[in-house]
Design a protein around this ligand. Structure first.
Ligand SMILES: Nc1ncnc2c1ncn2[C@@H]1O[C@H](COP(=O)(O)OP(=O)(O)OP(=O)(O)O)[C@@H](O)[C@H]1O
Ligand SMILES: [Mg+2]
Length: 223
């Protein structure tokens, strides 16, 4: 079976600091849901950012759906990531001047879909997260929980094989966090996507089938 993502010998340091990640290995199969745990500053966001191409590794290999991205040129790597990855951030990161549906349509446009198609599909995805009636709103007109549902819609609309979520409920109150987590769980399942989710919450980790712990010594499976 092809892994949604496979990482081999991944290392990263910033400037002249000690290595944040040292020879990390990990594999997530298609459809698998994994929680990434670990103390603050240990490198969890760095690991997600490397997979998403927001940072560059010093060494090691990242394969998306079996394709080693370091063997591709920059444009091809960006295209592969745009197709295979959806990202949900702690701080939502919606584009402030774009309407909600336009935010959701971004990954479709990046993947070369026509505007009319992209709009229709964005609206359909918004309906799935219960926000059909907010399509024309601007992000700032929405609550935090609603904004995170938009971000989830944007992360899934192009049916990526891998969803990366970096503390997706970190900025939400407990009741809203519970609703957003349930939605992440059902949507990721329905789309058959793999999930790698950084979280400090036991409740969030419970939607995963596997839990892995990052420490300065490396990555290990939690029992
Ligand atoms: N762009 C950067 N430049 C310099 N240092 C960085 C950069 N990004 C991260 N670091 C450092 O790398 C280490 C790991 O940071 P990272 O954000 O990955 O931790 P984390 O596990 O996500 O922590 P938290 O749980 O607090 O979000 C920290 O020491 C951080 O200061
Ligand atoms: Mg982090």
């Amino acid at each position: 079976m092809t892994a949604a993502v496979e990482i081999i010998g991944l290392s990263k340091r910033f400037g002249d600091q000690r290595e944040v990640l040292r020879s990390i290995a990990m594999r997530i199969d298609v459809g698998e849901r994994v929680a990434l745990l670990g103390e603050s500053g240990v490198g969890k966001s760095t690991l997600l950012n490397l997979i998403a191409g927001l940072e560059r590794p010093d060494a090691g290999e990242i394969r998306l759906s079996g394709i080693p991205i370091q063997d591709l040129d920059e444009a091809a790597a960006a295209q592969l990531r745009a197709r295979e990855i959806g990202f949900v951030f702690q701080a939502f990161h919606l584009v402030a001047h774009l309407q909600v549906w336009q935010n959701v349509a971004i990954p479709l446009l990046l993947n070369g879909r026509r505007a009319g198609d992209a709009r229709a599909q964005a609206l359909e995805m918004l309906a799935q997260v219960g926000l059909a009636d907010r399509a024309q709103s601007l992000p700032r007109e929405l609550s935090g929980g609603e904004q995170q549902r938009v971000a989830l819609a944007r992360a899934l609309v192009h049916r990526p094989r891998l969803v990366l979520a970096d503390e997706p409920t970190g900025n939400l109150d407990p009741a809203t966090a519970t609703r957003v987590l349930e939605l992440i769980d059902t949507q990721v399942r329905e789309h058959g996507a793999a999930l790698l989710m950084v979280t400090h919450s036991a409740q969030a980790a419970a939607i995963a089938q596997r839990r892995v712990l990052l420490t300065p010594q490396g990555l290990s499976e939690c029992p």
